[in-house]
Design a protein around this ligand. Structure first.
Ligand SMILES: [Zn+2]
Length: 238
């Protein structure tokens, strides 16, 4: 059994952590995490979700879960998913791009390679500025025993990237790219889905994980669920 850990930054109700227009960072983080989990599972990896609650999971709880592993099997790595902000968060600015963080003195050097693969995978899709790999003394990077990296998939204080952040296709793209980076790190070749799944199979599979996302749809009735699932179906089938 190969175990990999993933977590979505913050919680649905965490204060701050939203675009100047009020869209919550966790909606992006959670959606991307769900796609990452699905994509990794498709490649036979057992996934450990460090933050399955919609409330903000304490960092110490996340780290304890990652370090405990599943049935004694420790994860090969951990990826924490975020969206960045710059300035006071009240207004948009020009700072933009994708960056990945790893700890400068983490227990294993593997984290640098994991961060490198994640960054490489994330900059391949939608054109965004490559801000590179950074070394940061973040708690979740310092305290996890396995190699750990934290991805920032854009800036919610940049107007263009804040729109990307809310785009279901971009959330899916990031989820798949994060999975590609993690898979490369553990030596599994990423494979596109060979067969298009039936519409309701995809719907069932995706909606199973989509508690927070469905809540978002409930709160934003203008979201076209059928259109969204069709998009997912199309992209998953590629
Ligand atoms: Zn964050």
């Amino acid at each position: 059994m190969i175990v990999f850990a993933v977590g979505d930054g913050h919680g649905k109700e965490t204060p701050g952590k939203r675009t100047p227009d009020g869209y919550r960072e966790n909606f992006f983080n959670n959606a991307a995490k769900i796609h990452t989990i699905r994509e990794m599972k498709r490649h036979g990896v057992t996934m450990l979700d460090a933050s399955p609650e919609s409330d903000d999971t304490p960092l110490s709880t996340r780290v304890a879960r990652v370090n405990a592993g599943i049935k004694g099997v420790k994860p090969k790595g951990y990826c924490s998913i975020h969206f960045n902000a710059y300035g006071d968060g009240e207004k948009y600015n020009e700072v933009e791009g994708i960056e990945t963080h790893c700890h400068p003195q983490a227990p294993s050097n593997g984290c640098k390679l994991l961060a490198k693969y994640l960054q490489e995978a994330l900059i391949k899709g939608t054109k965004q500025k490559n801000r590179g790999v950074k070394y940061s003394d973040f708690y979740v990077l310092r305290k996890t025993y396995c190699p750990a990296a934290l991805v920032e998939c854009g800036f919610m204080t940049n107007k263009r990237e804040s729109e990307l952040m809310q785009d279901a296709k971009f959330q899916l793209e990031c989820g798949i790219e994060i999975a590609k980076g993690c898979l490369k790190y553990i030596g599994i070749n990423w494979q596109p889905e060979s067969q298009r799944k039936k519409y309701d199979e995809i719907l069932k599979e995706v909606s199973k994980y989509y508690k927070v996302w469905l809540q978002h749809i409930k709160e934003n009735p203008q979201v076209n669920l059928k259109g969204l699932i069709e998009e997912l179906y199309y992209i998953c089938g590629k």
